[in-house]
Design a protein around this ligand. Structure first.
Ligand code: NAD
Length: 257
C-alpha cells in the first residue's frame, strides 16, 4: 500500500496515476465524498449528516419509515430542503465523464443517489446506481414509480405524507433504505464489473456500507489493482495498491488528466 501522505506529508498521486494509465478497463466506485464539493454533505465524514445528528439515520431505515407516519412526514419535510435539487456536478464528476469518454471506463458503480454522474455527462448505460435515485419515488405496495418533483409539489401543497395515487400505498424515495434489499440486477452488474476490471478506483466512500463495499475485495481477488481516494481511512486501505488521501476535487482531475 502506498499512501499519498506517507511521503513526509507530501501528497503524491504518482503511483495512482501510473496504475490508471496502465489499466485497460477501470471500474469506478463512488460514494458521498465525491459530491461534497457540490454542496451535498456526506453521512459519516466529519461534517456528515449522521455525524452531526445520529437521529437522522432513522429516516433512512425502512422499518421505521413504514411503521411511523411521523418519520415519513419528517422525511418528506427534510427532502423539500435537500441541497440535491440545486447541486451541480463538480470537477470530479466531470473528470469521470471524461474517463468514460476515453473508452476506459467499464462501469461506474455509485452509492450516490443524487444523479450528478449523469448530469456530468457520463453515459447512463455505464452507471449502476446501487442505492437507487432520489429523483424518483416508488410505491411500497404496487411498485409504481413517478418523478420525485411531482410528489414534492404535493408536499408543498399540504400533503404531509402523500399516498400513492394508484393504490393508496406508502410512497418512498426510490432509494435503498437500511433494511431494504438492493435491486438484484444492479448488484449482479456491479459484481460482474468488479470481476472484469483491471483496476478499481474507489472514490469518496468510507467503504463501510455492504454489499457495495464488498465489491472492493471482489475486484482484488480477481487481480485488479486497487486505488482508494478518500480523506479518511477506509476498511480496505491495507489491501490497496495506492491510497490517495488528498481532497477529491484535486485528486480525481489529476488522476484522470
Ligand atoms: P460516507 O458518508 O460513509 O463516507 C464519505 C467519505 O468521503 C468519508 O470518509 C469522508 O471523509 C470522505 N470525503 C468527503 N468529502 C471528501 C473530499 N472532498 N475529499 C476527500 N474525501 C472526502 O459515504 P458512503 O460510503 O458513500 O456511504 C453513505 C451512504 O449514504 C451511501 O450509501 C449513499 O447512498 C448515501 N449518501 C448519498 C449521498 C449523495 O447521493 N450525494 C450523500 C450522502 C449519503
Amino acid at each position: 500500500m502506498d499512501s499519498g501522505l506517507d511521503r513526509g506529508g507530501n501528497p503524491s498521486l504518482g503511483l495512482a496515476q501510473r496504475l490508471l494509465a496502465g489499466a485497460g478497463t477501470v471500474v469506478v466506485l463512488t460514494g458521498a465524498g465525491i459530491s461534497t464539493d457540490s454542496g451535498i454533505p456526506d453521512f459519516r465524514g466529519p461534517n456528515g449528516v449522521w455525524t452531526k445528528n445520529p437521529e437522522a439515520e432513522k429516516l433512512a431505515t425502512l422499518s421505521a419509515y413504514l411503521a411511523d407516519p411521523e418519520i415519513r412526514r419528517r422525511a418528506w419535510r427534510s427532502r423539500l430542503d435537500s441541497p440535491t435539487w440545486t447541486a451541480r456536478p463538480n470537477v470530479s464528476h466531470l473528470a469521470l465523464a471524461r474517463l468514460a469518454g476515453s473508452g476506459k471506463l467499464h462501469t461506474l458503480v455509485t452509492q450516490n443517489i443524487d444523479g450528478l454522474h449523469q448530469a456530468a455527462g457520463t453515459d447512463p448505460d455505464l452507471i449502476v446506481e446501487l442505492h437507487g435515485t432520489m429523483h424518483q419515488v416508488m410505491c411500497m405496495s404496487c411498485d409504481r414509480r413517478s418523478p420525485m418533483a411531482e410528489t414534492l409539489d404535493r408536499v408543498r401543497a399540504g400533503e404531509e405524507d402523500p399516498p400513492c395515487r394508484e393504490c393508496g400505498g406508502i410512497l418512498k424515495s426510490a432509494t435503498i433504505s437500511f433494511g431494504q434489499d438492493l435491486v438484484v440486477e444492479d448488484l449482479r452488474r456491479a459484481t460482474r464489473a468488479a470481476t472484469e476490471c483491471d483496476l478499481m478506483l474507489a472514490i469518496g466512500s468510507s467503504l463501510g456500507v455492504f454489499p457495495a463495499a464488498g465489491l472492493v475485495p471482489i475486484a482484488r481477488e480477481n487481480h485488479a489493482a486497487l486505488v482508494i481516494v478518500n480523506a479518511e481511512e477506509t476498511g480496505f486501505d491495507s489491501i490497496a495498491d495506492a491510497v490517495v488521501r488528498v481532497p477529491i476535487g484535486e485528486a480525481v482531475p489529476a488522476l484522470v488528466g
